[in-house]
Design a protein around this ligand. Structure first.
Ligand SMILES: [Zn+2]
Length: 511
């Protein structure tokens, strides 16, 4: 994740909580000695609340849950209860947080029970793990399901708002320093107040700062009491209707980001100086994106993403460094410890490009190349489409190598009656070509073209709607992002990784 210079969110945090909001009191513990026990109960809010934590299914997470997560639970559950009051409402006095090895996704709350997917947490302990639980704590306090009991005519609040409130508390109050709900220049084009999660959180936070500091409190009470209607935004925000507020918010983002025109002409936005003229160049001399590529590739505009010696130019998803499971090994970029690797992202973000690389996968291994990955979701695959890599002979995933995960697969090979397969056996090197352009995307393995598709086409959107990605509002929505190599399903190595920009299709009337 990129950290931008602070803008004063912390001040907002302090005005909400008085002083020393970030100081965490040590957890009071009872119910056995959690030093060794896999399950324990925390007392919070001067004994008003009991939070049961259970890691018996995932003992490797016990120490983290005890030392790192428990203090957050004890401090933040009572805080969230205070942030979201409504008349006559008593927040649940008992809740539970359970880690499950077989659970997929990130985390989910039903009533007062929070369940956390161990696999995701293992990969995010140093990053977003605690914040994800804070988000779920908000759901425990929200209890919006009771609205219809109080008011049979109650309209269900839109999920962008319910999730937006959870993410506003998480990103702007719990961990403002992470700037996890910032909207980037590229995210700007698609930023909508009802975009969900972080995007809506950004909107809600802006509306609270601009129009009514207790906006979240008031919205929460209205939803919980079954009084929420869209018109309430106008009533709370000086007569501005929701759609108008959305426009106002976007204008403020444009101002803040200093974006003169949204249409970037360079395909590669670089943080590594690829597009910068060299120091000795005369003022005003332009420099093409390919200027710093190795001499032999210069004419074709290729840029190497891996120098064979270092992990320069890469970071692990959700953090600024590279997790220890990724190493340079014998001149390859290798995932040597899938338990401590996670997804490895380029530092630069790419919109339209041609990518070539070679991969070698271990027997039974499963990996993938994701593109247009942003920091806006909890995992890389929740934003970026994935070119699947796997050992077609032994891997368990029915999605085969070269397929666009859960969306496109090659036609059947008449010789075998099975989908086309140009891969070599596990342990051998294979060549991948991935073209991602505005007009057309192509997948190729060892020189054999598998299929093509068009992002945002009706066909593409229809397939997304029928796939597991339909529940992920940010999936394939931003057409610029990191390229990410998946590293949590087995050993895999990459080499000769190179990329070149593909010109954007000119919009009618564009210069
Ligand atoms: Zn949620």
């Amino acid at each position: 994740m990129r950290y931008l210079p602070p803008l004063g969110r912390v001040v907002f945090l302090l005005t909400v909580f008085g002083t020393a909001a970030s100081a965490q009191e040590p957890a009071e513990k009872k119910g056995g000695d959690p030093q060794s026990a896999p399950a324990w109960t925390l007392s919070a809010g001067d004994g008003k609340f009991e939070i049961a934590v259970d890691t018996s299914d995932t003992p490797d997470l016990t120490a983290w849950a005890r030392d790192k997560l428990s203090p957050v639970l004890v401090v933040w559950y009572p805080k969230i209860v205070e942030l979201l009051p409504s008349e006559g409402f008593e927040a649940p006095a008992k809740l539970s947080v359970t880690f499950r090895g077989d659970y997929r996704g990130v985390a989910a709350t039903s009533g007062t029970r929070i369940q956390c997917a161990a696999a995701w947490f293992r990969n995010n302990l140093e990053g977003e793990a605690k914040g994800a639980v804070v988000h779920e704590l908000v759901h425990v306090v929200q209890q919006y399901g009771g609205a219809r009991r109080r008011n049979p005519k109650a309209k269900r609040a839109p999920s962008w708002l319910v999730e937006g409130i959870a993410d506003q508390i998480r990103w702007f109050l719990y961990e403002p320093e992470s700037r996890g709900a910032e909207i980037s220049r590229r995210g700007l084009e698609r930023a909508r107040y009802d975009g969900g999660y972080r995007v809506s959180a950004n909107f809600i936070d802006w509306a609270a700062r601009t129009h009514d500091a207790s906006l979240v409190k008031k919205l929460n009470a209205a939803i919980r009491e079954g009084r929420y209607r869209e018109e309430i935004w106008g009533e709370l925000c000086g007569g501005h209707a929701l759609a108008a507020l959305g426009e106002e918010w976007k204008k403020s983002l444009v101002q803040k980001l200093g974006v003169a025109d949204g249409g970037a002409t360079l395909a590669v936005e670089s943080s590594a100086g690829v597009t910068k003229a060299s120091d000795g160049a005369p003022a005003g001399s332009a420099s093409a994106p390919g200027d710093k590529a190795p001499a032999d590739d210069k004419s074709a505009g290729w840029k190497n993403l891996f120098d064979g010696k270092s992990l320069d130019g890469w970071h692990s998803f959700g953090r600024s460094d590279v997790r220890p499971g990724w190493k340079v090994k014998d001149g390859t970029l290798a995932c040597v410890d899938p338990h401590d690797a996670g997804d490895l992202c380029t530092n630069d973000r790419y919109d339209w490009f041609e990518l070539e690389l070679e991969y070698r996968i271990a027997s039974g291994g499963n990996s993938g190349i994701m593109y247009h990955v942003t920091d806006e979701a909890k995992s890389a695959w929740a934003t970026g489409p994935e070119f699947q890599l796997e050992d077609n002979a032994k891997a368990a995933d029915p999605v085969r190598c070269g397929w666009l995960y859960a969306l496109y697969q090659p036609p059947d090979d008449p010789k075998t009656g099975k989908p086309l397969d140009a891969t070599k056996p596990a342990g051998e090197w294979n060549r991948v070509r991935l073209l991602v352009s505005e007009k057309l995307c192509e997948h190729e393995i060892n020189g054999v073209k598998y299929f093509e598709y068009v992002l945002d086409s009706d066909d593409f959107r229809g397939r997304v709607a029928k796939s597991k990605f339909h529940t992920m509002p940010l999936f394939a929505k931003t057409h610029k992002g990191y390229i990410a190599l998946q590293g949590d399903h087995g050993e895999v190595a990459f080499r000769n990784v190179r990329i070149r920009a593909v010109p954007a299709a000119k919009a009618p009337g564009a210069k």
